[in-house]
Design a protein around this ligand. Sequence first.
Ligand SMILES: *[C@@H]1O[C@H](CO)[C@@H](O)[C@H](O)[C@H]1NC(C)=O
Ligand SMILES: *[C@@H]1O[C@H](CO)[C@@H](O)[C@H](O)[C@H]1NC(C)=O
Ligand SMILES: *[C@@H]1O[C@H](CO)[C@@H](O)[C@H](O)[C@H]1NC(C)=O
Ligand SMILES: *[C@@H]1O[C@H](CO)[C@@H](O)[C@H](O)[C@H]1NC(C)=O
Ligand SMILES: *[C@@H]1O[C@H](CO)[C@@H](O)[C@H](O)[C@H]1NC(C)=O
Ligand SMILES: *[C@@H]1O[C@H](CO)[C@@H](O)[C@H](O)[C@H]1NC(C)=O
Ligand SMILES: [Fe+2]
Length: 471
Amino acid sequence: MGASRMGSFGFCIMLILGLILNESLLCNGGVTSSFVRKVEKTMDMPLDSDVFRVPPGYNAPQQVHITQGDHVGKAVIVSWVTVDEPGSSTVLYWSEKSKQKNKANGKVTTYKYYNYTSGYIHHCTIKHLKFDTKYYYKIGIGHVARTFWFVTPPEVGPDVPYTFGLIGDLGQSFDSNKTLTHYELNPIKGQAVLFVGDLSYADNYPNHDNVRWDTWGRFVERSTAYQPWIWTAGNHEIDFAPEIGETKPFKPYTHRYHVPYRASNSTAPLWYSIKRASAYIIVLSSYSAYGKYTPQFKWLEEELPKVNRTETPWLIVLVHSPWYNSYNYHYMEGETMRVMYEPWFVKYKVDMVFAGHVHAYERTERISNVAYNVVNGECTPIRDQSAPIYITIGDGGNLEGLATNMTEPQPAYSAFREASFGHATLAIKNRTHAYYSWHRNQDGYAVEADKIWVNNRFWHPVDESTTAKSR
Ligand SMILES: *[C@@H]1O[C@H](CO)[C@@H](O)[C@H](O)[C@H]1NC(C)=O
Ligand SMILES: *[C@@H]1O[C@H](CO)[C@@H](O)[C@H](O)[C@H]1NC(C)=O
Ligand SMILES: *[C@@H]1O[C@H](CO)[C@@H](O)[C@H](O)[C@H]1NC(C)=O
Ligand SMILES: *[C@@H]1O[C@H](CO)[C@@H](O)[C@H](O)[C@H]1NC(C)=O
Ligand SMILES: *[C@@H]1O[C@H](CO)[C@@H](O)[C@H](O)[C@H]1NC(C)=O
Ligand SMILES: *[C@@H]1O[C@H](CO)[C@@H](O)[C@H](O)[C@H]1NC(C)=O
Ligand SMILES: [Fe+2]
């Protein structure tokens, strides 16, 4: 971090403290954080780590994870793996209030990848749940059973408060474990995780050693069994390896992680939408065709006009490869998708777009770059009150390490950037206000290294200078 940058950051802080002015007017070009972390090698946790322990007992369910199972939050998909024999795919569940046990039947699948054979992967959708209710669920019926719980979201509505966690590019290093611990112990309690892709990084091992998909599933179970993680596919989910005969993209990912794509009339699990409380969440695939006439394009074209902002004021998009990224990593990889879809995001006033891929943190101003038509030369991002805030949150802590090399100078559109591992939370308060904060792993659990109040774009088309920023 250069002294000049630290100087201008200090200058901004003084201005904020002293004058309580809208700092964006004064420090154009944004902030490159002066936080200096110790750069250490990022290492995967060894196979005998505590977090990878196999639950004891014959055929005990492991790698338990849940996600939303329908479009509105009244269903949950429960997934787990058994290794000794298929066993039962049934889930027993009951609400905290009634002791009456209900039963849902799932299905079991397996897959082979090169010379790896998966365990028995179970998926079971529990339907017709009550909103805002705590449920217990029991799996592994007939052998060693395990019981977990989750809380369904409140009924969809414009002023329903709800808090999401945001994690990306997690992997299974010692730093990944810190990120997950910080998320769990953050006093701002996330109720569901929006995961922006790149889960296990098993593909970094020889022959994409799928044993590392299993260890990852066991590692994150302490969160994924109790709250839904909303999945986005990243490049590490592709697992395309023709050199070892593996030519079906996304094979391990789509066998292990089911999403409710049919509920939003999607034709593939890689792009879909859900409503949850006051949010409408659209998940896109950076690694599926998105050009004109493609299934993803047609789906999104029909999807965006369906979003009713009176019902779900918050329109959030998850995608793996960022469209705005000022680090010297994966530079411009998101550009072609931006060119295709950005005009729609401005037209439909998307509130926030979360991406991963770049292993660092960055938040933009509300900006767009939609004027360019190849001949007019207008190709600079501009401030745009109808445009989303773009956040790169690929800082989960995987073994590939941090992205520390940034383009200089920091572009005007970039509001804050820092190369540290961490996670974020988005606490929606009502139809007009949400509180967003980013937490780096080196700090105490409660410390917010970057934070803003976000004004909803539909109900609050123009930022107030007093609430737009407060760092
Ligand atoms: C798969 O093959 C690799 C080498 O090609 C070998 O090291 C590994 O032990 C094999 N794994 C299994 C499960 O056979
Ligand atoms: C991972 O984090 C948890 C919770 O902080 C801790 O109990 C565990 O020992 C950690 N494991 C490793 C391998 O770092
Ligand atoms: C999906 O399509 C069906 C049939 O056209 C329609 O009834 C339903 O409302 C659609 N669902 C969503 C979430 O768009
Ligand atoms: C949008 O949602 C509101 C509130 O749920 C509802 O009253 C209205 O009819 C919906 N509009 C459309 C076009 O469906
Ligand atoms: C940072 O990235 C730029 C552009 O790729 C490259 O020219 C430069 O050498 C890199 N700097 C370091 C310290 O790696
Ligand atoms: C929405 O939430 C914000 C932040 O908590 C609060 O200041 C505002 O008064 C709320 N609006 C309404 C209409 O309750
Ligand atoms: Fe990635």
